[in-house]
Design a protein around this ligand. Structure first.
Ligand SMILES: [Fe+2]
Length: 229
């Protein structure tokens, strides 16, 4: 993975570099996708979840397109979210498909854990601080402060929760698509998206382009909010 910074003040040795170096050392066994899902169910079987163990599990999966291609349904215009497993209501596992240049809005994670793993290509994550003042539309605008940028490569993972700030994810390639596997716990159906220039936030519904490998009907797909993540 490449960690880089445009601003020398930004943190160059990123948390994700450290995370993936740790996982390179700790993950000797690679899991199949179905083994990963089974182990995730076990990990979330009790009320106490060890998120470091969940990260290790996600890192242990080695991308095999034969296992995930049935979930990888692209859209020409926007990235798509495709549900793989509902985790007995404790987590959602999904495949996100990013066409060339597709990216998300800047968003939070609704008090959930988010573990993202690259299955194909690479993604760029830009992390921002929460706005300090502009939490609603009545206050003065404040541009979001960029904290860190990372390029996350094949089989690498990235972790975020709200205590680490906000982020935007994009496929920086103009020629190659990207595919990623995301775990969110607990599952959520809305989150907040933020305007980079003003810090203003708005609520966004998150929806699925397909579920369990089956495309949803056109009406549901067309009702997607343009800013969802
Ligand atoms: Fe995210």
């Amino acid at each position: 993975m490449q960690a880089y910074s445009e601003d020398p003040g930004l943190q160059c040795v990123s948390r994700m570099k450290l995370l993936n170096e740790k996982n390179d050392r700790n993950t000797k066994v690679s899991l199949s996708l179905s083994e990963l899902i089974n182990r995730l169910h076990d990990a979330f079987a009790t009320d106490h979840v060890n998120i470091d163990y969940v990260k290790d599990l996600m890192a242990s999966y080695r991308s095999n397109p034969l296992e995930w291609k049935k979930y990888a349904k692209f859209d020409r215009y926007r990235y798509t979210r495709n549900l793989v497993d509902e985790g007995n209501g404790r987590f959602n596992l999904m495949v996100l498909c990013w066409g060339e240049g597709h990216g998300s809005a800047i968003h939070d994670h609704a008090n959930a854990h988010c573990v993202m793993k690259i299955l194909q290509g690479e993604l760029c994550e830009t992390r921002y601080a929460w706005p300090t003042k502009c939490k609603n539309q009545t206050e003065e605008p404040e541009e979001l402060k960029e904290l860190e940028r990372n390029t996350v490569g094949l089989n690498e993972i990235c972790y975020i929760n709200d205590s680490l700030g906000l982020h935007r994810v994009e496929n920086p390639s103009t020629v190659n698509p990207a595919v990623s596997l995301h775990l969110y716990s607990p599952p959520f159906s809305t989150c907040s998206v933020f305007n980079k220039q003003t810090g203003q936030k708005s609520t966004s519904k998150v929806t699925f382009w397909s579920k369990f490998g089956e495309k949803r009907n056109r009406e549901i797909q067309d009702s997607r909010c343009p800013e969802d993540n």
